[in-house]
Design a protein around this ligand. Structure first.
Ligand SMILES: [Zn+2]
Length: 260
């Protein structure tokens, strides 16, 4: 037998997901901020997993320097200077036409985050801009939305799944916005494609636990990986920090910048 009905059979056969978990995944909505290397790989996996609805947000156009690691794009997209969300939306629809895909070619700002992001079941970090991540963290904590931080540059990466009230938020671990001149990004220190793949895979794995209905996982954890030295570790975390300016004290410094 080889029919479209068989599409999710191997995922359903995985016992922790099963038919019920697949139905939960199908009923869920994920939103990805940033459609670069992480966003491309996460969108690809989520659409194949049979998500109900996927929203992609990115204002940028495909460039030749993206093709080395941003797996949804090809030479034609770079030559045409196509919007990433447009190229990604077309490719993803060809992979799985059952998924409701929405694309927004906009930059997330403090002024528009509420209307642009709304209330998805999970927000996935595909941006490489720290101010946007701190903004997402403020918004997610304020609204009680789960989100998954993911970052990578050179050969190293970090993943932090955040469930407000249950796990530490981004500012519990990193209270201050990094100096933009010091923060390592693909533009400053380069990147090898495999590290983006492994970070995206960790993010999607954590998202699938939530979306399939396993509310008890992910446990509070920070993943760190350096593929060049061969180090992979998951650090068990305690709960949120009482003195965290965001989730501990309820100060949303990055969201509030919008009103000034
Ligand atoms: Zn916090």
């Amino acid at each position: 037998m080889n029919t479209p009905d068989d599409r999710y059979s191997r995922q359903i056969r995985f016992a922790p997901i099963g038919e019920a978990g697949q139905a939960n995944i199908h009923a869920s909505h994920a939103l990805i901020v940033g459609c670069g290397a992480l966003g491309s790989s996460m969108a690809n996996m989520l659409v194949r997993a049979g998500l109900g609805r996927l929203t992609l947000i990115d204002p940028d156009k495909v460039e030749w320097s993206n093709l080395q690691r941003q797996t949804l794009y090809d030479e034609d997209d770079a030559r045409a200077g196509r919007l990433k969300v447009e190229a990604a939306g077309r490719r993803l629809a060809a992979i799985n036409r059952d998924i409701q895909i929405e694309v927004k070619a906009e930059e997330v700002t403090a002024a528009n985050i509420e209307s642009l992001v709304g209330r998805p079941d999970v927000i996935l970090d595909g941006t490489d801009r720290f101010p946007v991540r701190y903004l997402i963290n403020d918004y997610a904590v304020r609204e009680g939305l789960r989100w998954i931080y993911g970052g990578c540059a050179a050969s190293h990466g970090t993943v932090l799944p955040i469930e407000p009230g249950r796990t530490p938020c981004l500012r519990c671990l990193f209270p201050d916005l990094p100096d933009p001149n010091q923060a390592a990004t693909a533009d400053t220190v380069g990147i090898i494609a495999p590290v983006a793949q492994i970070v995206a895979a960790l993010q999607v794995a954590e998202a699938m636990k939530w979306l399939s209905g396993h509310a008890e996982v992910p446990r509070p954890v920070l993943y760190q990986v350096d593929l060049w030295s061969g180090n992979l570790q998951s650090l068990a975390l305690k709960g949120s920090e009482a003195n965290c300016p965001c989730c501990g004290q309820g100060r949303y410094d990055f969201l509030n910048e919008a009103q000034t």
